[in-house]
Structure formats: C-alpha cells, structure tokens
Design a protein around this ligand. Structure first.
Ligand code: HEC
Ligand code: HEC
Length: 418
C-alpha cells in the first residue's frame, strides 16, 4: 500500500534536513524546499562600504550584505505570488539588474484609462507562485489599450547620500526652478504608510502626509527602511512589521507557509542599512571638480542645462545618523524632483503624485557600471539616453545636439565617469 503523499514526504526527509527546515527564518542556509540558489558574487566593482565608517557601521554593512543576498523560499514566507526570491536577483552586487519588474496599465490614448478593472490585482506582474498561491498575476489577454513597461532594478549604492539630503534643499531647488521657469520639477508629496517603523533615522508615523518622496523611479517613498519593507513584500512577498499584509491575489490566500509576519523589523532595518552604507563607486580624479580631462565635459554639461535637473550636489542633514554622510555636499547629480520627460518615456503608471510621463531625475552615480540606461534599459549608450529625453528636457537635448561632435563626446564621457 502506498502511504499518502504527505506521509511519504515526511517519512523520507532525513532528520538533518528537518532541522534545517525548522531553522530560524533569518538563517542564511537554504531550507530543503527552497529553490536553487542564484549564484551572485559577494564582491563586485561597485559595492564597497563608505570610507571612514565606525566598526559598528562596518559590521552593519556586512550583516546587511548577507541579508541582501539571502534567498527566500516557502519556509521563510515566499508566496502566494512573487517576482523573485532575493534582493540580488534585481540588484546584483548592489548594481543594476539583471531581473526586472513588469508594470501594466490600461491606457486611453496617452492617459491611463479611468477604468482599470481589467487589473484587479494591481499594476505589477507577479509571475511566480508558492505556498498555496496557484494563479500568477499576469497581463490579462484581449484587453484593449493594455500597455506593458519594464523597470530594471536600479543600483542601490549611494542611496544613503540620497536619504541624508536635507528636505530644505529639495524644497529650495523646487522653488528656484519655479522662479527661473526653464524646468519645473516638483516634489512627490507622499504619505508614510509603514505601521511600525524604527526611530533611528526618522520619526515618521503611519498616515503622516506631505513627506518628500525620494526613492523609487517616481520618488514614491521617503525613507530606505520603508523602501526595504516595500521591496520585501512587493517583489518577494515577504511580510514584515512595516508591511504585515500579503498582496491581494487571485486565490485569496492571506498567509503563506511561514505563519504571521515573515521577518522582524531588524531584518528590514539591516537591509535598509546596507543600501545606506554602500558607497558611490569611485570616480576618476577631476570629475567632481570639473578639472583636467573632465573640464570640457563638465562645462558643457552645465552650459546645455543638464545640471538644472542633474544638480551636482545637495547638502545633507547635520543630524543624519551615519557620520560620514552628515553635513556634506552629496554628489548625487539629481534634484530628486519629478519631471515630465514627454511621451517617448511614458509608462502610464501613476505613483503617488507622479503621472505617467513623470520620472525622478535619475541620480548619475556609477554609470560606467550600467550595461544599459534609462528606467527600462532602452538606451545602450549615454548618447541614446540623452536623445530619449523630451518634455521639460527637450531644450537641453536641442542645445546638446548643437554642440560640435568632440564636445558631445566629452559630455558623454563625463557623464559615464560620474
Ligand atoms: C524583482 C526585482 C526586484 C527585487 C527582487 C528587489 N528589487 Fe529593489 N527595485 C526593483 C525595481 C524595479 C526598483 C524601482 C522600483 C520603483 O520605481 O518603484 C527597485 C528599487 C529599489 C530601491 C530604490 C532605489 C532608488 O534609486 O530609489 C531600493 C533601496 C531597493 N530597490 C532595495 C531592494 C531590497 C532591499 C530588496 C530585497 C528585499 C529588493 N530591492 C528586491 C527591483 C527589485
Ligand atoms: C528636465 C530635467 C532633465 C534634464 C534637463 C536632463 N535630464 Fe537626464 N534624466 C532626467 C530624468 C527624469 C531621467 C530618468 C528618465 C528615465 O529613467 O526614464 C534622466 C535620465 C538620464 C540618464 C540615464 C541615467 C540612468 O541611470 O540610466 C542620463 C545618462 C541622463 N539623464 C543624462 C542627461 C544629460 C547628459 C543631460 C543634458 C544633455 C540631461 N540628462 C538633461 C531629467 C533630466
């Protein structure tokens, strides 16, 4: 007589594997039913910690890196629907990609249609299922106007500099742009929606409105701890105290194989700390000062107005908890504001206050480590990325195109070295 399937599974699992399966969810080993590991290099050309960290922050960087590379399987809370199983699947070595997130929206011409009822589970494709989930969230067939777009997981290095930037700086640049009338960036004012945040980096509480969004391609999240919690649940279906609820899904599954919330607040915080502590990849000498080989590129970058949006530096808060990032000029080459770059770059997705043609000015950090450029990787060179800028940036592209070929090449070389 055949034993029942569940009995047979139980009876053939050796005791040592059972032990592993019961290990704490944050154990870095793989549980037996987990998928095969994605092999990623622990060391890469662009994932060093910020120089001058204390031993405590250095330890935090290392713990954070381990958490960032951890692969989640069903025993750790994967499922019911998810995109991938580890942060490094989309941010390999803290860099860009390789995996992507696919977004979908029903369009009515150049605008999102009022009726999005064809997408009852939201605008994110979640193609994988586990832990009782049986129906992936895929683009529906036969829906008129359905528009798909891709977002490559951006690099996460240098994000501590972005978080450290003082609110007053972003407000200052927004006001200066409005007064000058050339470009018209605006802050994505958002609501803090995490229920149980830690107070080391900020004291925001759930429901607090009017915060300055600065993370995500449309600046829809204010802080790195909230982004880490959002990434855990949104990309990997891992719930945490800051995001305790599984995503709505076609099978109506409300919990997975890991009872209740899947990870602790410390896991969220250590992941956030990793993204705070990885440094901007080293830049060649003379780049930041615009001297030597960089002189012409830096001068023309400013002359054609790239620097109106890609603002070279913004001042950071004096009380930012990571000392090397406090009270400095953060060289991020972004105003962190939303700009309308026109229909060429449309994705139709509204994120917080951002419209379907608005994007946060991409910070220009470590571009030589990118295989492709722009949110969906459509540009293979910096020149192609510039050519795709329209809308508010059209004047700048026209001015760039009018430069002699050697000066255009100097701007492209300068941007690539940032
Ligand atoms: C399936 C791919 C995928 C996975 C897995 C993933 N991310 Fe991301 N990540 C993205 C994409 C795409 C974006 C841009 C999202 C947006 O604009 O909303 C992003 C954005 C980010 C950002 C903001 C960067 C910026 O420039 O504002 C951070 C920080 C981040 N992810 C951290 C994480 C962490 C931590 C994990 C693991 C818990 C993770 N991500 C897992 C794809 C992924
Ligand atoms: C009106 C504001 C604005 C101006 C002016 C502007 N940019 Fe951008 N830039 C953006 C935004 C917003 C993005 C993000 C677009 C996207 O990802 O689809 C971007 C993206 C980029 C990227 C891609 C970065 C990446 O990580 O893939 C490069 C390169 C770039 N800009 C260079 C330039 C250069 C060079 C100039 C001047 C010729 C310029 N930009 C002018 C707003 C601007």
């Amino acid at each position: 007589m055949e034993p029942s399937t569940s009995r047979r599974a139980g009876a053939t699992v050796p005791p040592v594997l059972l032990l592993l399966a019961c290990a704490a969810p944050d154990d870095t080993r793989l549980a037996p039913e987990d998928p095969a590991p994605v092999v990623q290099p622990a060391e890469g050309p662009a994932n060093a910690p910020i120089a001058g960290l204390s031993a405590e922050w250095q330890d935090r960087y290392e713990d954070g890196y381990r958490a960032f590379e951890l692969i989640y399987g069903p025993s750790r809370g994967l499922g019911p629907t998810y995109i991938n199983t580890t942060c490094v699947s989309c941010h390999a070595g803290a860099q860009r990609g390789p995996d992507v997130v696919t977004k979908m929206v029903v369009m009515d011409g150049d605008e999102p249609a009022a009726d999005q009822s064809a997408l009852p589970w939201g605008n994110t494709v979640r193609e994988n299922v586990a832990a009782g989930g049986e129906t992936p969230i895929l683009p529906p067939e036969g829906v008129e106007g359905l528009f798909l777009s891709v977002r490559i997981g951006p690099a996460v290095y240098g994000r501590g500099y972005i978080e450290a930037v003082a609110d007053s700086e972003i407000e200052r640049v927004e006001a200066e742009q409005a007064a000058a009338g050339v470009v018209s960036g605006r802050i994505n004012r958002i609501t803090f929606s995490a229920t149980d945040a830690d107070s080391e980096f900020h004291d925001h509480v759930a429901g607090e409105t009017g915060l300055i969004g600065r993370f995500g391609l449309k600046a829809r999240v204010a802080t790195l701890d909230e982004f880490a919690a959002d990434a855990l649940v949104g990309d990997m279906s891992i719930t945490s105290p800051m995001r305790p609820t599984e995503h709505p899904n076609p099978d109506g599954v409300t919990d997975d194989n890991h009872d209740g919330v899947d990870v602790t607040l410390d896991t969220v915080n250590v992941l956030a700390d990793f993204t705070r502590l990885v440094d901007i990849p080293p830049r060649p000498e003379g780049i930041l000062t615009g001297e030597g080989d960089a002189a012409i590129g830096a001068a023309r970058f400013a002359a054609v107005g790239c620097d109106l949006c890609h603002v070279p530096t913004l001042r950071t808060r004096a009380d930012y908890p990571i000392p090397p990032l406090a009270d400095i000029d953060a060289p991020i080459y972004s105003d962190l504001l939303l700009h309308d770059l026109g229909v060429l770059l449309i994705d139709g997705i509204e994120d917080g206050d951002a419209t379907g043609t608005e994007w946060r000015t991409a910070p220009l950090l470590g571009l030589s480590h990118h295989a492709t450029f722009l949110h969906d990787g459509r540009a293979e060179t910096v020149g192609e990325a510039i050519a795709a800028h329209g809308g508010e940036a059209a004047f700048s592209v026209t001015a760039f195109d009018a430069l002699p070929a050697d000066e255009r090449a100097a701007v492209e070389g300068y941007v690539l070295a940032l």
